[in-house]
Design a protein around this ligand. Structure first.
Ligand SMILES: CC(=O)SCCNC(=O)CCNC(=O)[C@H](O)C(C)(C)COP(=O)(O)OP(=O)(O)OC[C@H]1O[C@@H](n2cnc3c(N)ncnc32)[C@H](O)[C@@H]1OP(=O)(O)O
Ligand SMILES: N[C@@H](CCO)C(=O)O
Length: 379
């Protein structure tokens, strides 16, 4: 098996230049980053892709924040280094909700990730792979790190910051940390603070990876291909994927059907088991286990109210025009969290509800409903 940690992402080639073709991956470099948990990251890079053209007063830039296993390739065709089309391709492009004839769309890869930005599989300043020595980071650290992208592009204020799930946490943190830099905010399927239930679902995932013999304390990146904690990462994805979909959808799609000619009474798999095996296998081939652990732990730390006098005080400082939305069938980030979040943000009004059988993943699947929210925010 390919070791996901050794798969190079498409090269990120330094600073953005006027006239860059859409989707060219660039990076912005940051110096010493002081971390919430104490200590510093000595230097880092944030990889990002852009679509559209920045206008003369830099007022048309929109920042899109990806979810846990996403990356900067939000739009465009599948191609070298991108086995699938962009994860929001239906939303980004000429004439689409995020109309790149008018907007300049910027999508960074999160700090701690494995698709071009600095993370555990990157080299430290001495050229050694960070591995298990990569420091703990929070959602807030990730957002502070991303400010270098805005600075490098000359964007003093985003026309909008958008994201779902972990991307929604980062979008919200942008609006709380840098209120003057965020004109519009769209948070999809993300809370003001991670709940006990969300931390609970993360716990067996983290244990699955870190108890895999291939984990080696996070220092497996220089081991031979295939020797990493792939089994653990696959188990984590199976657990997570169930929480990303609704019970009704899984029942209606798979029922009690066996997988093809396999016989569950004889050790064969049910179709739903095969489906989860497939999603586990796909993730293991495209994602680094140490990034998965680091980013999952960063989501556990998510609490906009920490050291700010509580959630209410933090949200009261948001000045962006805001739309908050949840999904009616989301069992991981339930609608009640969207209602609580919307109630705390001045002028946000009622939380919008995406109606879908697909559960949490609906923010990636229900393109028409998400497009309507994006248009409502931008126009
Ligand atoms: C789109 C990307 O992944 S881009 C890369 C960046 N990634 C991200 O941003 C993460 C976000 N993406 C995701 O999490 C997922 O890809 C999602 C949520 C978009 C997928 O949602 P959906 O489109 O509803 O796909 P769904 O969950 O139905 O899975 C379809 C896959 O299951 C497979 N499948 C369905 N039934 C079975 C079964 N019984 N046994 C085995 N495989 C099965 C299908 O063949 C299909 O395979 P493929 O994806 O390799 O073509
Ligand atoms: N399917 C999404 C869910 C997390 O929000 C992902 O893999 O990133």
């Amino acid at each position: 098996m390919t070791d996901a940690s050794t798969v190079d992402p498409p090269p990120a080639t330094g600073a953005w230049r006027e006239g860059d073709p859409p989707g060219r991956r660039r990076w912005a470099a940051g110096g010493r980053l002081r971390l919430d948990a104490g200590g510093t990251l000595p230097e880092y890079r944030i990889a990002y892709e852009t679509w559209g053209r920045l206008n003369s007063d830099a007022s048309n830039a929109v920042l899109i924040e990806h979810a846990l296993t996403g990356d900067s390739h939000a739009a465009g065709e599948a191609g070298p280094g991108h086995p699938t089309p962009g994860w929001w391709d239906g939303l980004i492009g000429p004439g689409r909700a995020l109309d790149t004839d008018e907007l300049f769309v910027v999508v960074p890869n999160v700090l701690g990730g494995c698709q071009g930005s600095t993370g555990p599989s990157s080299a430290d300043p001495d050229g050694r792979t960070w591995g298990g020595r990569f420091p703990r980071i929070t959602i807030r650290d990730q957002v502070r790190a991303e400010a270098v992208v805005a600075d490098e592009l000359g964007v003093s204020r985003w026309a909008a910051v958008l994201g779902g799930s972990m991307g929604g946490m980062r979008a919200l943190e942008w609006a709380v940390t840098f209120p003057a830099r965020v004109a519009g905010l769209l948070v999809l399927a993300a809370p003001a603070a991670s709940s006990a239930d969300q931390i609970a679902w993360a716990a067996p995932q983290l244990h699955a990876i870190t108890s895999d013999p291939g984990w080696r304390g996070g220092d497996y990146h220089d081991a031979p291909p295939g020797a990493g904690p792939h089994r653990g990462l696959g188990v984590a994805r199976r657990i997570a994927h169930v929480t990303y979909r609704s019970s009704l959808e899984l029942d209606q799609r798979f029922g009690r059907q066996p997988q093809g000619a396999e016989n569950p009474l004889d050790g064969g798999r049910y179709a739903i088991e095969s489906y989860l095996d497939h999603h586990a296998d796909k993730l293991v081939r495209r994602f680094d286990a140490a990034s998965y652990v680091l980013l999952t732990e960063s989501m556990n730390t998510h609490d906009v109210g920490r050291d700010r006098g509580g959630v209410g005080a933090a949200l009261a400082g948001v000045t962006a025009r805001s739309i908050i939305a949840g999904v009616d069938s989301d069992r991981l980030y339930p609608m009640r969290q969207a209602h609580e979040l919307a109630a705390g943000i001045p002028g946000a009004g009622e939380a919008a509800e995406i109606s879908s059988p697909y559960g949490h993943d609906s923010f990636l699947i229900e393109t028409a409903q998400v497009a309507a929210l994006v248009k409502a925010l931008l126009h």
